[in-house]
Design a protein around this ligand. Structure first.
Ligand SMILES: [Zn+2]
Length: 132
């Protein structure tokens, strides 16, 4: 969709710190992570509400989330990966994958900007885990 920031990111028209891409999905690091390694997974197809995504794409989204979560968890050595979906900021379905060590950490108010160096360093670690 024209004007959608996530569509532009998946098409490479806006720079992002990409950690994963295949023909249907794109994942990149949040520039304002709740914790280091906080990633966003989006379908390349523009769909606003996550629950409007039809099968098999919906299941594939969560299979991809599962695969990415393991790599993120290994890369940043967090206890768990929390999932957050709300969609008020960008009307293009996205799943936040957030490394957490306690449940209360899953709070958007804790997000703070990371430097490009920090993001690139973590992205490299995650990518290394993904291709193990
Ligand atoms: Zn979009």
């Amino acid at each position: 969709m024209d004007g959608c920031i996530f569509c532009k990111i998946t098409r490479g028209e806006i720079d992002s710190v990409k950690i994963y891409e295949d023909e249907k999905f794109f994942a990149f690091l949040d520039m304002k992570p709740i914790n280091p390694g906080h990633a966003l997974l989006v379908p390349k197809k523009h769909i606003d509400n996550i629950f409007d995504i039809e099968e098999p794409l919906y299941s594939e989204l969560f299979q991809t989330a599962k695969k990415l979560s393991q790599s993120i968890k290994n890369a940043v050595k967090s206890r768990r990966i929390g999932i957050l979906v709300e969609g008020f900021e960008v009307p293009h379905a996205h799943v936040h994958l957030i490394p957490i060590n306690k449940g209360y950490e899953l709070d958007p108010n804790r997000a703070k900007p990371a430097t490009p160096e920090e993001l690139n360093e973590i992205a490299e670690k995650i990518k290394k885990e993904l291709w193990k």
